[in-house]
Design a binder for this molecule. Structure first.
Ligand SMILES: [Zn+2]
Length: 368
């Protein structure tokens, strides 16, 4: 950059200059004449002297036009020149810039013209918007779930366990008030554990740890945490009339563990957040949403349907009447009122009656 006397003359256009250090806009006259871009202030200011500022054009970048918006020239020292898009200015830039940069004027003009044509016609803008919306919809409905499933299957088990520990630690925080010590008698807990063991002897259960917790916030509920922990609340145990009825619900939770639904749900939500981040650049809303996601995680309908169909098969294999699961669902649904928490088992299934049907229709198939 050099300083010298400067007199606005023909072959210049007026623009606005930002020095890249503060937000002050300086009106300037610029001139493009290979190999240099020169400009000087149109009025003297405290911050900058009325001097010629000279930059090699090869070191400057002319931003692509966006609709009828102003064109920007990025300067190598972080400064920026903003040129209002008038027909004269557009013609000046199209004439001077390609020559200074050594471009092929015809090619450049054709490319710029077609871009500009697309940006200034509603039809092409609408087609682009529809295309982006459909791509986004496909990514969220199909692409991201498939990627999450593959990712979950290939992640080291330690990662899933660590995620589960994080969720458990969050839920165990006394300030949140989710859990208290279970009041279910030890003998009753052992009976349920034994019943689950019998179930798993007939089915290939994933590694798991069954925990009993009292929870006012969660009510009658069972939760499968990524990594293998299943939490059963006292409310759910009290709703059951036998250990086998609790196991009927645990068959559903076991399917969530087996298919890594928890990890996949976290991955799906995180990847969707990343897509939104790319589109909006809003990091804060995604970061703020993560703790809420971990605590209030609900499975998608597809995951619930998969867990139900797995539970149905496995209950039959273990000779447990599938209708026990339907009975428990009916009792859970009947227990729901106004402010009562909606258990995970019901959260994604507004139509509980329809969901109960396969379990009511199917008789147990004993293996011996
Ligand atoms: Zn579920």
């Amino acid at each position: 950059m050099t300083d010298a006397a400067f007199t606005p003359q023909k072959n210049t256009i007026q623009a606005v200059y930002y020095d890249g250090k503060n937000a002050t806009a300086y009106p300037v006259a610029i001139k493009l004449s290979a190999p240099d871009l020169t400009f000087s202030l149109l009025a003297s200011t405290d911050g900058l002297n009325a001097r010629i500022h000279t930059y090699p054009i090869q070191d400057c970048t002319l931003d692509a036009p966006l609709g009828q918006g102003p064109r920007n020239i990025q300067l190598p020292d972080g400064g920026l020149i903003e040129i209002a898009t008038t027909p004269e200015h557009r013609a000046y830039l199209l004439q001077q810039w390609p020559q200074a940069q050594g471009w092929q004027p015809r090619l450049h003009c054709a490319f710029q013209s077609s871009l500009h044509w697309m940006e200034t016609h509603w039809s092409t803008v609408c087609i682009a918007l529809i295309g982006i919306s459909l791509s986004l919809l496909w990514a969220i409905k199909v692409g991201i779930p498939q990627v999450s499933e593959r990712l979950a299957a290939n992640l080291p088990p330690a990662v899933e366990r660590r995620l589960g520990e994080h969720i458990l630690n969050t839920l165990n925080q006394p300030a949140l008030g989710y859990f208290a010590d279970s009041q279910v008698p030890a003998s009753q807990q052992q009976a349920i554990q034994r019943s689950l063991l019998d179930f798993c002897q007939q089915n290939n259960c994933p590694p798991h740890l069954l925990l009993f917790k009292a929870s006012q916030a969660l009510g009658a509920n069972a939760i499968a945490i990524p990594g293998g922990t299943i939490i059963v609340t006292d409310g759910l145990v009290n709703l059951a009339s036998s250990p086998t009825e609790v196991v009927a619900i645990l068959a559903h939770e076991m399917a969530h563990l087996k298919h890594q639904h928890g990890l996949r749900q976290v991955l799906q939500t995180s990847l969707s957040g990343l897509v939104l981040l790319v589109l909006t650049g809003d990091v804060s809303s995604i970061a703020a949403g993560l703790p809420t996601l971990l605590v209030n995680m609900q499975y998608s309908r597809a995951f619930e349907a998969e867990a139900d169909s797995d539970a149905l098969v496995q209950l039959r294999k273990a000779c447990i009447p599938p209708r026990l699961f339907a009975d428990m669902l009916a009792r859970l649904a009947a227990k729901q009122s106004g402010d009562a928490p909606v258990p995970e088992l019901l959260a994604s299934h507004p139509d509980t009656l329809k969901r109960m049907q396969p379990f009511l229709k199917t008789a147990p198939t004993c293996h011996s």
